[in-house]
Write a protein that binds this ligand. Sequence first.
Ligand SMILES: C[S@@+](CC[C@H](N)C(=O)[O-])C[C@H]1O[C@@H](n2cnc3c(N)ncnc32)[C@H](O)[C@@H]1O
Length: 168
Amino acid sequence: MGIKIVKQQLLHLKVTPEEVLDFGCGAGVLIPTLQELFPKAKIIGIDKSKEMISVAKRKYKTVMFKEMDFLQYEGTPQLIVSFYSFQFLPIKEGVEKVKKLLPKGGVAVILSTQGSWFSVLHQKISKVWGNKFTLYKGKELAKMFGKGSKLQYINETEGSYLLTYIKP
Ligand SMILES: C[S@@+](CC[C@H](N)C(=O)[O-])C[C@H]1O[C@@H](n2cnc3c(N)ncnc32)[C@H](O)[C@@H]1O
């Protein structure tokens, strides 16, 4: 369901990026959608998990994948997508990084959750990494992004939301 929503939003925004960054790409669940929508774009998937990146590389041989932390990423994407990954970042640094990477008019489409169902998984992952992160509310994230951001709740009960940011 989440993939369909991201796809609809990308179609609605009518973006034509040359470079697309899928941050926290995992095993590449969003890649087929990105390839379908942006056949001419350079698609880059990054994830700080070595295992995830090696699975993604095996599945999508023509896509560039890098094992790295989003906060260290240097590139020139006009579109950044994040599918259930943004909540693993420290909010202030994550928002600043998105804003810094995007050019004026550049777009970020972030699907995330404030739901408690996710916090169990979130806590487990945070434990493995030795980091403590919190799930932020959609409203909190939208406020941090400020002008150019738009929040849509997808499923009130399970807490998923879509945050779209167009850099002013
Ligand atoms: C819940 S998974 C989602 C993966 C994928 N987008 C999906 O939906 O299948 C979150 C992913 O974010 C990655 N991640 C978390 N923090 C990251 C960071 N700072 N830089 C890059 N990747 C990160 C994790 O390694 C994990 O693969």
